[in-house]
Design a protein around this ligand. Structure first.
Ligand SMILES: *[C@@H]1O[C@H](CO)[C@@H](O)[C@H](O)[C@H]1NC(C)=O
Ligand SMILES: *[C@@H]1O[C@H](CO)[C@@H](O)[C@H](O)[C@H]1NC(C)=O
Length: 306
């Protein structure tokens, strides 16, 4: 989102209404307030209007799906695609558990998916470039033990191939039974560490003995763990929390971030401190204090009340 916002109307804590205004492609006029307000989780002001950039609608789209023997192979292929610089519109990963979840959910029936680690690709551009990029991705995935490469021949197939990705969250939520919750959390790391962190995190998650899966926006180095646990059982909650904390710690050790898109909220305040350190967190606190001295904007999120 931060890359698409050009202007916001924001109501500040004292009632002042401001516009951030950065209409041209570039501007070096003062601080980048768009960047400050986007992702501030409502702690600095209320956004009441947003003006976004428009993008050119590409001439051609396509979608491809590839399976891999292990999640590590899938993540390595994804990293190689990014590091080679093949232009793709989106790249998503789902592990074998998540593919099974989609099959169980039945939302994409009658199609049944191979229950293997899977990458989903979206291509956009001219007809010629889409064709070329599909061929390049096909070669890279093959090199990383990818197989069952399928690409959509028309709009209907595109929708069908992408549907598993679209339905994944809902399919997971629909599996909850009495007293169960889904703990869904994310981290992001540089591409060079993607395969490492996904492999180790998946192993630790599988060892919990709970129903758990990995999926994510792997084209951004960002992935999610979704774990179903019984919220009435303290020991289950504790072990899930420990597993998530370990994943965050691992991401930070790899120069990653404790959250790619879910943000800090209540749950990751400790992780934010670990990630940026006390001095940087101190600057964030000063910004918060300057804009919201009475602490009325979403209090307690991102950082503790003073
Ligand atoms: C933001 O500024 C642009 C350029 O001046 C203007 O076109 C747009 O309507 C403004 N948006 C809002 C939300 O005020
Ligand atoms: C969750 O735990 C409670 C006991 O704490 C139990 O009654 C309930 O059946 C459990 N739910 C499932 C789906 O196992």
């Amino acid at each position: 989102m931060k890359d698409w916002v050009i202007n916001l109307t924001v109501v500040l804590a004292d009632g002042t209404v401001i516009k951030t205004r950065r209409r041209p492609r570039k501007s070096s006029a003062g601080y980048n307030l768009n960047g400050l307000f986007v992702g501030s989780e409502g702690t600095l002001g209320l956004v009441t209007e947003a003006t976004l950039k428009l993008a050119v609608v590409p001439e051609e789209f396509s979608v491809a799906v590839v399976t891999f023997p292990t999640i590590r192979d899938a993540a390595s292929a994804a990293a190689e695609v990014m590091q080679t610089g093949v232009p793709i519109a989106a790249m998503e990963i789902m592990d074998e558990v998540q593919m099974k979840v989609v099959n169980l959910g039945g939302a994409t029936a009658p199609r049944l998916w191979k229950e293997m680690p899977t990458l989903f690709f979206k291509f956009a551009g001219t007809k010629a470039s889409v064709k070329e990029n599909i061929a390049r991705v096909q070669a890279i995935t093959k090199n990383n033990k990818g197989s069952n490469f399928e690409f959509a021949k028309d709009l209907r197939e595109q929708k069908l191939l992408w549907s598993a990705r679209k339905e994944s969250l809902w399919s997971m939520l629909s599996l909850r039974k009495e007293g169960e919750e889904v703990w869904s959390t994310d981290v992001a790391v540089p591409f060079s560490r993607l395969a490492d962190i996904i492999e180790v995190s998946k192993k630790e998650m599988d060892d919990l003995g709970l129903f758990a899966s990995i999926l994510g926006h792997i084209g951004d180095g960002n992935f999610h763990e979704s774990i179903i646990y019984n919220r009435t059982k303290k020991e289950e909650l504790d072990k899930v929390e420990k597993c998530v904390k370990n994943m965050v710690k691992r991401a930070l050790d790899m120069e990653g971030t404790c959250t790619g898109e879910h943000s800090i909220g209540w749950g990751k305040k400790d992780s934010l401190l670990l990630e940026v350190g006390p001095d940087t967190l101190g600057v964030m606190k000063q910004i918060k204090a300057a804009l919201d001295p009475l602490w009325i904007m979403n209090p307690g999120k991102i950082m503790d009340l003073p």
